[in-house]
Design a protein around this ligand. Sequence first.
Ligand code: ATR
Length: 277
Amino acid sequence: MDRYAVIGNPIAHSKSPRIHAAFAAAEQQALHYEALLAPLDGFVVTVDTFRQQGGRGLNVTVPFKLEAFDYARQHGTLTARAELAGAVNTLRFDGAQVLGDNTDGVGLVHDLQHNLACPLSGKRVLLLGAGGAARGALLPLWQAQPAALWIANRTADKAVHLARLLNQPAVEGCGYPDLDGQHFDVVINASSSSLGAETLPLPAGLFAPDALAYDMMYADTPTAFLLQARSLGASRVADGLGMLLEQAAEAFLLWRGVRPDTAPVRSLLRPTPLWMN
Ligand code: ATR
């Protein structure tokens, strides 16, 4: 049976084995998917061993996405979106061939446009944060043709640097104070502020009428960012559970050639909606 796994450290909490087992059952695909704990200094050894044992693909999570990027660059090829993200969250092995991809951004865009019925074309979109999560989302967000794509970060220079990667007049990098007087239709939190339950220095009036606030993080209770967004007048809010499911569906597509329906798995992981939109 073809073997797949999610590799990370820690890994016990990962929902990926449940998600991929459900996808495989729904698509009637015979495969085995497990959680693989790699030592912090043992990513390459763990991947090599997995491949020697016939492993066909890996999902890569914290803290190994940059090492997975280097691994794919050294042993195989990278997709354009992985190249721009500077990080790999999906590896595919075909014999000696290695392909490194990044499905996080496309998963986010799919969740926004299809599940949340929020087309990005012509919209003003704001991305908060300029670390790995923001960088991974950049190209797929831009490809959805927003009218403007702003990136705001605590360290403004990093946002300016990210914006320059796209080199488009409608893409702007800035600090939080520069958001004064600006309005956005979609505001996406890609910073790790919700991890520490911290709020961001967002100005009043940031959310346009009918704006959607999206946190890439997800939890069993509303995240700090979504609570803050609601208090600032965002009409709709969503967390990153949908993004998790959609990036997994994209990885499944890369490995197996079919894109599973995520809706049944979403109901499995979250039987009652967290938010009243
Ligand atoms: P990840 O891979 O999750 O993106 P990262 O690369 O460490 O993690 O990036 C974390 C991001 O969250 C950065 O943009 C960071 O801002 P700085 O570049 O200024 O450090 C942002 N961040 C983390 N905690 C924050 C907070 N309390 N307020 C604002 N931004 C925060």
